[in-house]
Unconditional design. Structure first.
Length: 382
């Protein structure tokens, strides 16, 4: 019988508190840590992880050991072999991937680790290769990556059909819902009033919101154009932008050019009060180019927010409350504004939406209980 707690190695937590990082942390937080403990695997030069202090307080170790082929072909082959040999207590590997990658699983399999989960959280790659040389190099790189994905995982998990098709097309997979703490994100009138006061927002002022990385995947300049159009119709409108990223400077410049500086609040990322910021919003806007199944979409629905989202990127299965409107990113900002108006018209916030999210199976307590049992049933080492 395996000693308790069993230790499951997790890979995929970066330094930004994005959707994957939040999922991993909340999953760990909801575990019975007398039964299951996590450790975290990262690159040898990885910066501080998004929730590093918190996971260490729970009893996790953070191991910075991975070298890429580009850095050192020799170390790339030996670092994980040495690591798994030195850590016989690790009996499972769970990789949370936004892009096709399964290299650590080769060495986990060699080390006799029987449970090796590849978990897809996204539905496309960010950026395209340009030019014949670049495309050829990219194609050559895909062969070992695809071989690894086909041969080394013992199980495939995905947050949506789109995410599964992107990462491991044709493979049988288990749908793992992107769970959240529904009690924490449920609508609260008192918090709404307090946060609006803190942000100097009038109680009746229309407020649109966005939460996510400010990079090309999230299409933030489309968001800015939508808000500029919305502002023409509703001069008192305000936009809350929660997150940070490489396109923030461009967004700030656009706001200045359009005379929107005073009505767009850039609130930064890596915040622990995002649940409260949702309360201050009146609608959530998400014109992404691609997604897996966006956790922020579930959080926003839990808070009772009408959500107007990208028809190309956001899976229909994300709509668990009837609050989502899907609009193509090929449509004009005016079309998006009309959809926002319709979604907000006559809408009343309530805690009933948190119940709808729970009933759809997106409460993290339920997701964590399912994952914990899977770990206990399948983790092993020969």
């Amino acid at each position: 019988m395996t000693n308790r707690p069993i230790r499951i190695l997790q890979w995929g937590m970066g330094d930004n508190r994005g959707g994957v990082e939040s999922f991993m942390f909340q999953l760990y937080r909801m575990m019975d840590r007398e039964q299951v403990q996590f450790d975290f695997l990262a690159s040898h030069d990885a910066p501080k992880l998004a929730y590093e202090d918190e996971v260490k307080a729970f009893g996790a170790n953070v191991y910075r050991v991975i070298y890429s082929q580009r850095e050192s072909p020799t170390k790339a082959k030996t670092c994980l072999r040495k690591f798994f040999t030195a850590h016989p207590e690790i009996v499972g590997l769970h990789m949370h991937a936004n892009f096709p990658y399964a290299a650590p699983m080769k060495y986990a399999k060699e080390a006799g680790i029987g449970m090796r989960i590849l978990h897809s959280h996204n539905s496309a790659k960010s950026g395209e290769e340009h030019g014949i040389v670049q495309k050829t190099v990219a194609l050559l790189r895909q062969f070992p990556v695809r071989y690894g994905i086909d041969h080394y995982p013992s199980a495939y998990f995905a947050c949506s059909d789109k995410a599964a098709e992107f990462m491991f097309p044709g493979k049988p997979f288990t749908w793992i819902r992107n769970g959240i703490d529904t009690n924490r994100f449920a609508f609260d009138e008192g918090i709404r009033n307090r946060v609006r006061t803190e942000l100097h927002l009038h109680p009746d002022q229309p407020v649109l919101g966005f939460c996510g990385r400010l990079d090309d995947q999230k299409n933030p300049m489309m968001l800015m154009r939508i808000f500029a159009e919305y502002k023409k119709r509703y001069p008192q409108a305000h936009l809350l932008v929660v997150g940070h990223g490489q396109m923030q400077e461009e967004m700030v410049s656009y706001a200045k050019y359009q005379g929107l500086t005073d009505c767009v609040s850039f609130l930064g990322g890596n915040r622990d009060d995002v649940n409260e910021l949702y309360q201050a919003m009146d609608a959530f806007v998400m014109p992404s180019r691609f997604e897996g199944l966006p956790i922020v979409g579930i959080e926003a629905q839990c808070a009772g927010l009408p959500c107007v989202v990208s028809a190309e990127a956001v899976p229909r299965s994300t709509d668990v409350s009837g609050l989502m409107t899907f609009v193509s990113i090929m449509q004009s900002p005016e079309t998006w504004v009309k959809a926002i108006e319709l979604s907000m018209n006559g809408h009343s916030r309530s805690m009933n939406y948190a119940m709808a999210v729970r009933q759809a199976g997106f409460d993290m307590a339920d997701v964590a209980a399912r994952m914990q049992q899977y770990y206990l049933d399948n983790a092993c080492r020969s």
